[in-house]
Design a protein around this ligand. Structure first.
Ligand code: GRF
Length: 218
């Protein structure tokens, strides 16, 4: 039997979707393959919202921390279905794109998702896919520049500041139009870990807020 292209690791359960009388409920799909701390902040930010909901979490990594976070209701009692998919499903079929369209997703938010988004998905959701990068792009971006590699490179280069970049996603790594940046100092005594902590605080402070601003304009 063929392996399923994707599977729900946390099924859709009945979810008390807020009833919106005027206007349409905006739906976010979160792609996350790491610890999921940004996904958690975003889900929590919108937990009580009557106009925005995190409708779906997608991951390519069965060991991703985001799965456990979702299982625990993102500390807010939220039941968000989690979809696990593999490379063939993502790159060789349009099943993920079709699913996102069927689910009437308004904004795709990458939060620690490492794979390059295929052209077909970028084209199906023009200016509706965003990412957060833990440096001040265009510096320290591109293939292989993720996680601690970014902060190691920043410290090795003797930078005096780093920061975060929230940007639209196109067919190249970290090259889409920049939406927002925030910076923080890098001290001469900083280790990559010190920088990582400062950056993570910036991400958690700004990503949910910028998403809310973007959706408000939809
Ligand atoms: C963040 O540093 C983000 O900038 C990058 O991946 C990391 C994800 O962290 N794209 P987490 O899984 O949200 O904790």
């Amino acid at each position: 039997m063929n392996k399923p292209a994707y599977q729900l690791v946390i099924p859709a359960v009945y979810r008390q979707t807020h009833y919106v009388t005027n206007g349409h409920l905006k739906r976010i799909a979160l792609f996350a393959s790491g610890s999921g701390s940004n996904a958690e902040k975003i889900a929590t930010h919108f937990a009580e919202s009557t106009s925005v909901e995190v409708s779906l979490v997608l991951t390519n990594n069965l060991k991703a921390g985001v799965i456990d976070r979702a299982r625990q209701g993102f500390s807010s009692g939220l039941h968000v279905p989690v979809l696990l998919f593999d490379r063939p499903a993502f790159y060789d079929t349009d099943r993920i794109t079709r699913l996102l369209q069927q689910q009437r997703i308004d904004l795709i938010v990458l939060a620690g998702f490492m794979w390059l988004v295929p052209t077909s998905l970028v084209r199906a959701f023009p200016n509706q896919i965003i990412n957060i990068h833990p440096a001040l792009l265009p510096k320290f971006g591109g293939k292989g520049m993720y996680g601690h590699y970014v902060h190691e490179a920043v410290v090795a280069a003797g930078e005096t500041e780093s920061g975060i970049t929230i940007h639209y996603v196109n067919e190249q790594y970290d090259e889409g139009q920049i939406i927002f940046q925030a910076s923080c100092p890098v001290l001469p005594t900083d280790t990559p870990n010190d920088v990582a902590h400062r950056i993570q605080a910036l991400e958690h402070r700004h990503y949910p807020r910028i998403i809310a601003n973007l959706l408000a304009a939809y």
